[in-house]
Design a binder for this molecule. Structure first.
Ligand SMILES: [Mg+2]
Length: 188
């Protein structure tokens, strides 16, 4: 049985783009004007927010973004085709356990196939614990840590650009590419 680990935010949905758009709106209210190139995963660091601003921003926009994010093009079909090939789909997300209902509702609403939803911050350990064969992820530190044990497909964003060419990490542009890469692993 092939076990595919799949991150949620930024990997199967447009959360990263959406949350940056929310940040631009938030920043206007704060008098912060900075061009957004998404070169840093941490918005707190990127916009030089204070702890107060960072808390205020996430309190205001996090749930809104979780509910309103939409699946990336091709992901619904790709996961459904993989299920047909008996691939077990493990969603592995750093979202907190109290967001399980919101998350399951969102997945259901968008007809996204899966077998398990694991809510866990230490993804590298989780991949080992569940014997995941291949992980798809966008957060750079997770990609690096997981790639020490198993191959990683990294959904491309400017904030993970520096991982290009890293051992055991393959950066991919979209879910068409993800699907053909996963198929290659299934044939191995
Ligand atoms: Mg992510």
């Amino acid at each position: 049985l092939f076990k595919l680990g799949v991150d949620i935010d930024g990997t199967i949905n447009d959360f990263s783009n959406l949350i940056y758009k929310c940040a631009v709106i938030y920043n206007e209210g704060q008098g912060i004007y900075k061009n957004v190139d998404m070169s840093d995963y941490s918005m707190e660091r990127y916009f030089n927010w204070t702890d107060y601003q960072n808390n205020e921003f996430w309190t205001k926009y996090y749930k809104h973004a979780l509910i309103n994010t939409v699946p990336h093009k091709g992901v619904v079909q790709a996961l459904s085709l993989l299920k047909d090939r008996d691939v077990a789909i493990y969603f592995i997300t750093a979202r907190a356990e109290n967001l399980r209902e919101i998350t399951l509702e969102w997945l259901k609403k968008h007809n996204i196939q899966m077998d398990y939803l694991i809510m866990e911050k230490d993804k590298s350990k989780t991949c080992l614990d569940y014997c995941i064969n291949l992980m798809i992820e966008d957060e750079p530190d997770n990609c690096s840590a997981i790639s020490k044990h198993i191959p990683v497909l990294c959904m491309s964003y400017p904030y993970n650009q520096h991982l290009e060419g890293h051992k055991n990490i393959k950066r991919i542009e979209d879910w068409n590419e993800a699907y053909s890469e996963i198929k290659n692993y299934l044939l191995k």
